[in-house]
Design a protein. Structure first.
Length: 93
C-alpha cells in the first residue's frame, strides 16, 4: 500500500511538472481531490458504524448530524472550488 501511494505521488508530481502546473494549483487540485474523497468516506464510515457496530456503540442523533454536516462541508468545498476554477478558466479565455 505504501509503495502504491508513493508511486502515485511521484507520478502525479512528474505529471504536473510536465504540464507546468504551479505549486499553488497543485495544492488546490490536491485539496479538491481530498474533499471529494472525504465526501465519500465520511458517509461510508457512518453507514458502517450504524450497520456493524453493536447497538450500545452506535452513534446517536447528535453524532449522525455532525457527521452529515461534515460530509456536506467536504462536498460543498470541493464543488465550490471546482466551480471557481472552471469559472476562472471561462472568464479569462
Amino acid at each position: 500500500m505504501a509503495i502504491t501511494l508513493c508511486s502515485v505521488g511521484v507520478f502525479s508530481t512528474w505529471f504536473f511538472e510536465t504540464l507546468d502546473v504551479g505549486v499553488l494549483d497543485f495544492f488546490f487540485i490536491n485539496a479538491v481531490l481530498n474533499g471529494f474523497g472525504m465526501a465519500v468516506w465520511v458517509p461510508l464510515v457512518l453507514y458502517l458504524n450504524l450497520t456493524f457496530l453493536p447497538r450500545s456503540a452506535r452513534p446517536h442523533a447528535i453524532n449522525i448530524g455532525m457527521v452529515s454536516l461534515a460530509a456536506l462541508f467536504y462536498l460543498s468545498f470541493a464543488l465550490y472550488t471546482c466551480w471557481e476554477k472552471v469559472r476562472d478558466l471561462l472568464i479569462f479565455n
